[in-house]
Design a protein around this ligand. Structure first.
Ligand SMILES: Nc1nc2c(c(=O)[nH]1)N[C@H]1C(S)=C(S)[C@@H](COP(=O)(O)O)O[C@H]1N2
Ligand SMILES: [Mo]
Length: 433
C-alpha cells in the first residue's frame, strides 16, 4: 500500500520521473518495475508484454485524494472542479444516455449565476443589434410564436474538455473527458432572428451577451462574451433555445433562453442570453483574442510562454469517443471473459466514421458498430464487445476516427497555454477477479 501511494503521488507531481521509476531506461520495461506496478494495482497484467515503454497504468494516474462531489438540487453527483466560478464535470459512466438528462449535464460558469427571472419567461427580452437595418428588441414569447420551432439533439462540449491530459499542466479547470452533453433542445434558428433584424452585407461576425454577473460585481463587465463567424451563426443547427428535454431550461443551464452552437467550443452557447450584436469585425469581448479559445497554428514548445498573436480561433471541436457503460476502476467477477461495451462519440462539425477498442494496450484493435447521428451535431452511439483472455488488470482503450479520417491521438497534442482541444483516446482501468 505504501508503494501504491508513493507511485500515485509521484505520478501526480512529476509524471516523467514516475515513469522513469516504473520503467527505468526509455524503451526497456524492467521486470522489477513491472512487478512493482502489478503490486501497486493488486493484480497481474495479462498484456504486460504489450505495454508501451513509458506508459503509466491508468489505474494509478489519479491525483491523490478524492475530488468533491456535487450536492445540488436537481443535479446528480457530478465532480466539482471549482467553486467560484462554479464548475462541475460529469463522470464518463454517467453519460450513457443518448439524450443527456438535466441532472447529468456538466456545469461551466465563468461568472456568477444570475437571479432567476421571476416574471413569465415569455416576457424575457432579447436584442439583435449592430450591422442590422431593423434592430430588434423582442420578447421571448414573440420569438417563439413568430419563428419556426425546431427540436434537435445537440452536443455541447467545453473547449477545454480533456485539459487534464496536457503535460505540462495548463491553467484552467482540469477537465477529464466529461465536459460534454447531448441534450434535446427546442428553440428557433438563430438565423431566422438575424434575418428578421435585416442583417446587412457587412455582418460578418457576432458578439453575444448574457445576464450573468461578473465575479468582480462590476455590472458593466460581462462574465464572458464570445462571438463567431456569421456562417456558423447561420447554420441549421445553431439555435436560440428555450426548452431542454421538453422542460424549461434549468436555471444553472441558462433559463429562460440560451444559444446552442453545437460542435464548436461550448463558450459560444451563451446562457441567460439577452443580446447579440452583428459586427463587421471579430468580436472583442472577454473570452476573445490572445490565447482564449485559440490554438497554435504551428506547434509551440510545451510549457513555453506565448501571447497567442499568431494563434487561430477554435472552430470545430476534435473527434472523441467515451466508454460509458464501464466506469473507470470497475472490478468484475473472476472468470469474466467477454464484456459488452458501448458509449458515445462525436466530432464537432464532422461525424464519426469508426470507433475502435483495444484491451491490450493498443497492440490490436476491434472495430465497434457506430450508429448514424439522429440529426446533424448530435453525438453517435457505438456498441460492441471485447474479449479478456485471463483474470487480471486491463485497460480498455477507446479511439474514434472522424469522417475525414482523423483519429484521436495517444496523448494530448498541440499543447497551448490555456489547454484547449486535447482529445487523447480514453483509457478505462478494469480489473477481472
Ligand atoms: N452567460 C454565460 N454563458 C455561458 C457561460 C458563462 O459563463 N456565462 N459559460 C460557457 C461555457 S465556457 C460553456 S462550456 C457552456 C457550459 O454550459 P452548461 O453549464 O450549461 O453545461 O456554457 C457557456 N455559456
Ligand atoms: Mo467552456
Amino acid at each position: 500500500m505504501a508503494r501504491e501511494r508513493s507511485l500515485a503521488e509521484l505520478y501526480a507531481s512529476d509524471p516523467e520521473r514516475a515513469d522513469a521509476v516504473a520503467f527505468g531506461r526509455r524503451g526497456a520495461l524492467k521486470g522489477a518495475s513491472l512487478a512493482a506496478m502489478g503490486a501497486a494495482i493488486g493484480a497481474a497484467i495479462p498484456f504486460a508484454n504489450r505495454m508501451p515503454a513509458g506508459l503509466f497504468p491508468a489505474a494509478l494516474a489519479q491525483p491523490a485524494g478524492q475530488p468533491p462531489t456535487l450536492r445540488m438540487d436537481g443535479k446528480a453527483a457530478l465532480v466539482v472542479l471549482g467553486e467560484r466560478p462554479f464548475v462541475a464535470e460529469t463522470p464518463e459512466a454517467m453519460l450513457d444516455d443518448d439524450v443527456t438528462p438535466a441532472d447529468r449535464m456538466f456545469i461551466r460558469n465563468n461568472g456568477g449565476v444570475p437571479e432567476r427571472f421571476a416574471a413569465d419567461p415569455r416576457a424575457w427580452r432579447i436584442k439583435v443589434e449592430g450591422e442590422a437595418d431593423t434592430p430588434l428588441d423582442l420578447a421571448l414569447g414573440e420569438i417563439e410564436s413568430r419563428f419556426e420551432n425546431v427540436t434537435l439533439r445537440l452536443q455541447m462540449e467545453c473547449g477545454g474538455n480533456g485539459r487534464a491530459a496536457f503535460v505540462p499542466e495548463t491553467r484552467g479547470n482540469q477537465w477529464g473527458n466529461g465536459a460534454i452533453s447531448n441534450a434535446e433542445w427546442t428553440g428557433v434558428r438563430l438565423r431566422d432572428l438575424l434575418r428578421a433584424a435585416g442583417m446587412k452585407e457587412t455582418s460578418r461576425f457576432t458578439g453575444q451577451y448574457g445576464a450573468d454577473p461578473h465575479l468582480s460585481g462590476d455590472p458593466a463587465r460581462p462574465s464572458i462574451s464570445r462571438g463567431m463567424p456569421i456562417a456558423k451563426a447561420m447554420e441549421d443547427t445553431t439555435i436560440l433555445a428555450f426548452r431542454m428535454n421538453g422542460q424549461p431550461i434549468p436555471q444553472i443551464h441558462g433559463y429562460p433562453a440560451r444559444l446552442v452552437v453545437p460542435g464548436w467550443p461550448g463558450s459560444l452557447s451563451q446562457k441567460w442570453f439577452n443580446r447579440i450584436v452583428l459586427r463587421a469585425t471579430p468580436h472583442d469581448g472577454p473570452g476573445m483574442g490572445a490565447t482564449s479559445y485559440r490554438l497554435p497554428v504551428r506547434p509551440i514548445v510545451p510549457g513555453s510562454n506565448n501571447n497567442g498573436a499568431d494563434f487561430a480561433d477554435m472552430t470545430s471541436m476534435p473527434v472523441r469517443a467515451l466508454l460509458t457503460n464501464v466506469a473507470h476502476g470497475t472490478r468484475l467477477p473472476a472468470g469474466t471473459r467477454r464484456i459488452e461495451v458501448r458509449g458515445q462519440a462525436w466530432a464537432g462539425d464532422l461525424t464519426v466514421r469508426a470507433v475502435h477498442v483495444s484491451a491490450d494496450f493498443g497492440a490490436t484493435w476491434r472495430e465497434m458498430t457506430v450508429n448514424p447521428p439522429p440529426n446533424r451535431h448530435s453525438w453517435q452511439r457505438w456498441t460492441g464487445n471485447v474479449e479478456l483472455p485471463t483474470d487480471g488488470y486491463y485497460e480498455i482503450w477507446t479511439r474514434a476516427t472522424d469522417s475525414e479520417g482523423r483519429m484521436q491521438p495517444h496523448a494530448a497534442a498541440n499543447w497551448n497555454p490555456q489547454g484547449y482541444g486535447a482529445n487523447p483516446m480514453a483509457r478505462t482501468a478494469l480489473l477481472i477477479g
